[in-house]
Structures are given as structure tokens and as C-alpha cells.
Design a binder for this molecule. Structure first.
Ligand code: NAD
Ligand code: UGA
Length: 454
């Protein structure tokens, strides 16, 4: 069997590498219009940082895993075509700022239709609005070509930073197919591929629309938990309750569960915001205004939380940060990735810079992306070494929960900083009592502040 995947990004690259590793009898060809990205996949400097990914790629590359820019040839040769291109929020026209921009997906469908000379299974790997398969089938079957395309929905649930373990041992794989004979045959083909390494009971099957909608719903529920605990963090700060204690207390209720209850400066990443906006837009398209407003609030609360963090910095530092050096530790949207898409650090740093602070950013993996994200902001500096970043700083803000920040020498950092030395822990990863003892003015999310000033 031959598989092709269009889109060699954060999803296409790792998912195909895992299929190739687990199914040595299947030829897997990953293609992209971005030649630089493809060249990087062919080297040992992979285009994305993901723990354990290089080893998986190295095991299969050249054996049954290949990367290429020859999209047409890869499509022609394939029995199964995964489409894993980006589906960002639309920036123009009807639905701008909310709807999903499907132009890359539709271009792929047209390409597949134009170059195919044999029947194929087309797999939606990208996250798409419910009923996209309907539109794609019409594009694929337009004209008088005698080739049949069976569309399946197989949304991806991996999280960045843990992509390899998520792919190796997922909670579930979801495959949606049509309830026709050819739909069920196609569905079984994909089930058999995953069954090479995933227990059959974890491979869920459904109709296409349920699979499409389950992906948006899963992200909306996850993000909703973060916004919910962040809303409670605000009340904690006002009442001397401790959000970590509240999260622990509610998380031990098995009906609630303990995951995704970490209060933070806000959720980031390329998908939560875009997928929830898309869900809200879809609800509105179907005239479901109350449902749309409900989901929109998850995004609004997240934006408020980011903005609130900057307001805390400003008000605690005597309402002026102009000319003050502020060291930002962590720019990636979460630990163990270099990805900065929709990272809360972007808006926080831009707001700090607009207050004329001198912002110095440090991050173990995301400095290149940070420089691109902040290319149009002034007063921003980049420094690999966190100990250098804090020299003469009035404040230190933790924006990503990198392990390395938990074990820094905070006495050394305190000694290097201006006094009073402010510390804002946007991820609640540090020992705040110990930092207060060192002499820091400590502010965190959802806990009372520990200060020496009042
Ligand atoms: P990405 O931007 O990293 O990768 C997409 C790739 O598609 C790019 O390399 C781009 O050059 C390529 N591409 C675009 N149009 C093309 C075309 N016509 N022909 C060939 N290549 C083309 O995106 P991603 O993060 O991998 O996300 C892809 C999809 O998967 C999105 O729908 C996203 O919502 C979903 N998703 C992402 C994650 C994640 O963790 N990033 C997880 C689950 C699902
Ligand atoms: C998320 C989902 O977890 C994946 O299942 C999904 O496949 C993916 O989106 C996608 O569709 O792209 P990802 O964005 O990579 O994965 O990372 P998460 O671990 O979900 O974190 C998202 C954001 O929420 C991060 O900024 C993280 O720091 C934040 N977060 C997470 C919190 O603030 N608190 C928490 O308790 C958990």
C-alpha cells in the first residue's frame, strides 16, 4: 500500500513518521509546497522541535518514509491521501476573524481530482468545520472523470510537546466514514492501518459528520476548562483562596478529573482559539446564537486573562514600566515546543513594549520564532541565557512552564536585578514562599501576592 500526506507540518510530519515506523510494509510519502520545510525533513535539523521525533523519523526515513515536493506524483501513486494542510482563521470577507479559511484544503482537493488516475481514499487530517467532506466530495467528483474518491474524517488529537507519546499510545483514534458499502470498506482500510499498533477498542468509528464535529468539540471542551479555572483564578486573587488548592480539590472528583485545570496567563497554540471561533461561527451559521455566544466566551475569557496579567505588572510596578527592563522567561505557547503560534507571550510582550518597557526575552527553543512574531515591535531584545536576561531587570515574568526555569538559581537572579525585584509567575511553577524569602515581590495566578512593600 502507498500513502501520501499533503502538508508536512506539525501534524503531517509526526503522524506520517509514526505510521511509517509502525507499518514498515506501507510506503509513506509526505509532500509540501514549502521546499525549505521538505529539505529540513530530509535532514537531521527537523523543521519542528518535538521530543523523540528525530529518532522516529530516522528509523523510517529512506526505508518507507519519504519527503518530497513532487505533489502530483505522490498523489497519483497513492492509495490513501491524507490532507493535513493548515486551516487558519479567515482574515478576509464573510466570516473574517471567525470562520475557517478552507482555501488550502480546497486547492488540495482540486489537485487530487486533476492528477488522479485511480480510485483513492481521501483522509481529512486537518481540523475542519463539520460537513466539509460534503463540499470536498462535490469538488472531487465534479466533471466527468471516472475515478471514485471516498472521503474519511480522521481528526488528529496529538498535543505539541507530547506528540510522539500521543501518537504511539493515543487515548483513541477516531475515524468517520459514510454508511455506504464503499464508505465502510474505506473505513476498514484505515482502521487496519492504525490497528498495527493501537488496540482495536481504542479505534473509534463514526459517521463523517460526528468525526468532524468531535474534533472541534474536543478542543472547545479542553480550552473551556482552562478558561473556567482562569475565571476562578481571578476570584481566588480577590479572596485569598489558592487556585492550585481549588483545582486539586475539584480535580479529585472523578467526574471532573484532574487534567487541564492549571491556571495560567492564558492558553495559546495554533488551534484552540481558531477552532473555538470556528465552532461559534458554525453555530451562528445554523442560527444557534446562544450556543455561539457560549463558546465565544471561552476565547473572550482567555484574552481577558492575558490582558489582566499585563495590568497586574503595570499596577504593581507603580503604574509605570517605561524604560524599565523586564525579563520574560519563556515565549513558546507551552513547554517542550518551539511553536509560538497564538502564544500568550506575544500579546503580553507587545503590551509591555507599548508601555515603553525594555523587554528581554529568553526561551530554550522559541527565540527564532519570537523574533519573527515581534519583528514590528520596538524595544524588544532576545537573550538565550536567562541569567543574562535578568541583569538589571526590574521584573521577571515566567510565561512558559519550561522545567529549566524551575531549577534556576533565584538567589543569583535576585542579586542581579534592580530592587524592588518583581517576579510574575504566569504559570505557577515556582516556589513562591521561597522566592518571597529571597526578597522578591511575588505575583502569581490565582494566589494572594507575597510582597514586602505593603
Ligand atoms: P502547519 O502550518 O504546521 O502545516 C501545514 C503545511 O501544509 C505547511 O507546511 C504548508 O506549507 C502545507 N500546505 C498548505 N497548502 C498546501 C498545498 N496546497 N499543497 C501542499 N502543501 C500545502 O499546520 P499544522 O499545525 O500541521 O496543522 C495542520 C492541520 O492539523 C490544521 O487543520 C490544524 O488545525 C490541525 N491540527 C493541528 C495540531 C497541532 O498540534 N499543530 C493538532 C491537531 C490538529
Ligand atoms: C491541543 C489539544 O490538547 C490537542 O488534543 C489537539 O490535537 C491540539 O490542540 C490541536 O488541535 O492543535 P496543543 O495546543 O498542542 O494541543 O497543547 P495543549 O497541551 O492542549 O495546550 C494548549 C494551551 O493551553 C497551552 O498554551 C497550555 O499552556 C495551556 N494550558 C493547558 C493551560 O493553560 N492550562 C492547562 O491546564 C492546560
Amino acid at each position: 500500500m502507498k500513502i501520501c500526506c499533503i502538508g508536512a507540518g506539525y501534524v503531517g510530519g509526526p503522524t506520517m513518521a509514526m505510521i511509517a515506523k509502525k507499518c514498515p510494509e506501507i510506503d509513506v510519502m509526505v509532500v509540501d509546497i514549502n521546499a525549505e520545510r521538505i529539505a529540513a525533513w530530509q535532514s537531521d535539523e527537523l523543521p519542528i522541535y518535538e521530543p523523540g521525533l528525530l529518532e522516529v523519523v530516522q528509523e523510517a526515513r529512506g526505508r518507507n518514509l519519504f519527503f518530497s515536493t513532487d505533489i502530483d506524483e505522490a498523489i497519483r501513486a497513492a492509495d490513501v491521501v491524507f490532507v493535513s494542510v493548515n486551516t487558519p482563521t479567515k482574515t478576509f470577507g464573510e466570516g473574517a476573524g471567525r470562520a475557517s479559511d478552507l482555501q488550502y484544503w480546497e486547492l488540495c482537493a482540486r489537485r487530487i481530482k486533476d492528477v488522479s488516475t485511480s480510485d483513492k481514499i481521501i483522509v481529512e487530517k486537518s481540523t475542519l468545520p463539520v460537513r466539509t467532506a460534503d463540499a470536498m466530495e462535490r469538488v472531487l467528483h465534479a466533471g466527468d472523470k471516472q475515478v471514485h474518491f471516498e472521503v474519511l474524517s480522521n481528526p488528529e488529537f496529538l498535543a505539541e510537546g507530547t506528540a510522539i507519546s500521543d501518537l504511539e499510545s493515543p487515548d483513541r483514534v477516531l475515524i468517520g466514514g459514510h454508511e455506504t458499502e464503499s464508505g465502510q470498506v474505506a473505513l476498514q482500510t484505515l482502521v487496519d492501518i492504525y490497528a498495527s499498533w493501537i488496540p482495536r477498542e481504542r479505534i473509534l468509528t463514526s459517521n463523517v459528520w460526528s468525526a468532524e464535529l468531535s474534533k472541534l468539540t474536543a478542543n472547545a471542551f479542553l480550552a473551556q476548562r482552562v478558561s473556567s479555572i482562569n475565571a476562578i483564578s481571578q476570584l481566588c486573587e480577590a479572596t485569598e483562596a489558592n487556585v492550585a488548592e481549588v483545582a486539586h480539590a475539584i480535580g479529585t472528583d472523578s467526574r471532573i478529573g484532574s487534567k487541564f485545570l492549571k491556571a495560567s496567563v492564558g492558553f495559546g497554540g495554533s488551534c484552540f482559539k481558531k477552532d473555538i471561533l470556528n465552532l461559534a461561527y458554525l453555530c451562528e451559521t445554523y442560527g444557534l446564537h446562544e450556543a455561539a455566544a457560549y463558546w465565544q466566551q471561552v476565547v473572550d475569557m482567555n484574552e481577558f486573562q492575558q490582558n489582566r496579567f499585563v495590568k497586574t505588572i503595570l499596577s504593581s510596578m507603580f503604574n509605570t514600566i517605561a524604560g524599565k527592563r523586564i525579563a520574560v522567561l519563556g515565549f513558546a505557547f507551552k513547554a517542550d515546543t518551539g511553536d509560538t503560534r497564538e502564544s500568550p507571550a506575544i500579546s503580553v510582550c507587545k503590551e509591555l513594549a507599548s508601555e515603553q518597557a525594555q523587554v528581554v526575552i529568553s526561551d530554550p527553543k522559541a527565540l527564532d520564532n519570537a523574533e519573527k512574531d515581534l519583528a514590528d515591535a520596538t524595544g524588544i531584545m532576545f537573550e538565550e541565557d536567562p541569567y543574562e536576561a535578568v541583569v538589571d531587570a526590574h521584573a521577571l515574568a515566567i510565561l512558559t512552564e519550561w522545567d529549566v526555569y524551575k531549577t534556576l538559581d533565584y538567589q543569583r537572579i535576585f542579586d542581579a536585578m534592580e530592587k524592588p525585584a518583581f517576579l510574575f509567575d504566569g504559570r505557577n511553577i515556582l516556589d513562591h514562599t521561597a522566592l518571597h524569602k529571597i526578597g522578591f515581590e511575588v505575583y502569581s495566578i490565582g494566589k494572594g501576592r507575597l510582597t514586602h512593600l505593603d
